[in-house]
Design a protein around this ligand. Structure first.
Ligand code: SAH
Length: 343
């Protein structure tokens, strides 16, 4: 039996090689690549510019991963749509489509579940099931575009730790930015990581000017370790050093995400420490109100608490802004839709 390979994560070069073995002419590779990445076709039967025989041959050795929309949630407050997607093997992921300032941004998942174990995060509660294939990540994006409209930005901030799925993330970026196909600019992509130091260096060395967001959330290792198991391995000092290297290499300003938990990480000592860490650096601090989940006892951070913290950081010369909340009437932050569905 032939093990079929995914087709939508192949470069033109790789397609040329496969097509050569099938006896197809070389130009067919580019043609099929365009069908997949410009016309967003994910079905051989719709490639009517190929003969029936060619389509049959392709279908025998290659396949498109399919993603089904299990549920769609539309916000009544803004144009946000949240999705539960079902993969070929029945696993479930989440994605979000957001529209503001005439720009379309999507938030996508990189894994089914997550093994990072942050105790305020719903995505990690049942551990990691598996990583997404590059071809599944690509289909996730094209499905959102087919359902809505073309996107301007991708943030990899859904379920999963993208840098724990490095090779597939690298591959999806390579394909989606190919100027013969979808031609998205690297700058339109943001990767959010819990702070896997070695992988931050590796990402920097790819030489792409993609944006990096780092889930810092705590200014002290001791506090960070209480909430984020990865902090035992990766110290804040080393994360910041890796991020400085990233900035040097890519010239993209690092965004540090900071989920504000009232009474825990918005104290004077935290502000002092953040000032020490970042004063004079060209960075951005993205303040996020805690979204309560069942398994974490703290409540939603009030907007006046967010405002006060933001002002105090600004007074210290730090560039901090509060993340705009999209679709807040839909069961919000990452992993919650999936968990609720499973329940
Ligand atoms: N694993 C990556 C990306 C997925 S999480 C990372 O850690 O960055 C996306 C962001 O949502 C992270 O900053 C994460 O810490 C944050 N987050 C998780 N649970 C949250 C919650 N309950 N409330 C607010 N933000 C949360």
């Amino acid at each position: 039996m032939i093990m079929k390979q995914t087709i939508n994560d192949k470069t033109i070069k790789e397609l040329e090689e496969i097509f050569k073995n099938l006896g197809f002419q070389k130009f067919r590779a580019k043609q099929v690549f365009r069908q997949i990445h410009v016309n967003k076709i994910n079905d051989f039967s719709k490639m009517t510019d190929l003969s029936k025989d060619m389509r049959k041959k392709l279908d025998q050795i290659l396949y498109f991963p399919k993603i089904k929309i299990l549920k769609e949630f539309k916000s009544n407050l803004d144009k946000t749509k949240k999705y539960l997607f079902e993969l070929d093997d029945g696993n479930i992921i989440e994605a979000v489509f957001m529209e503001y300032d005439n720009r379309n941004t999507i938030c996508i998942s990189s894994q089914v579940g997550c093994k990072m174990g942050c105790n305020f995060c719903a995505s990690t509660k049942n551990g990691l099931e598996r990583s997404l294939l590059a071809s599944e990540i690509i289909e996730e994006i094209y499905l959102l575009e087919r359902e809505n409209s073309d996107i301007n930005n991708i943030v990899v901030m859904g379920i999963g730790e993208p840098l724990d799925n490095f090779s597939n993330i690298e591959k999806f970026i390579k394909i989606i930015t190919d100027d013969n196909g979808r031609n998205l600019s690297h700058r339109a992509i943001t990767i959010s990581t819990v702070g896997l130091v070695d992988k931050i260096y590796k990402l920097a060395d790819l030489g792409y000017d993609i944006n990096l967001a780092v889930s810092l959330h705590y200014a002290f290792d001791k506090k960070r370790m209480e909430y984020m198991p990865s902090a035992k391995k990766y110290k804040i000092k080393d994360i910041v050093k890796a991020c400085d290297y990233y900035f040097e290499k890519t010239k993209r300003r690092i965004s540090y995400e900071y989920v504000v938990i009232d009474g825990v990480n918005n104290l004077k000592e935290d502000i002092d420490k953040l000032e020490k860490l970042f004063k004079g650096k060209n960075i951005h601090i993205n303040l996020i109100p805690l979204n309560p989940i069942e398994e974490f006892k703290y409540s939603k951070t009030k907007s006046n608490v967010m405002d006060q913290f933001q002002k105090k950081l600004s007074t210290r010369g730090l560039n901090a802004t509060i993340r705009r909340s999209m679709g807040s009437d839909i069961d919000a932050s990452c992993g919650q839709l999936r968990n609720n569905y499973a329940r």
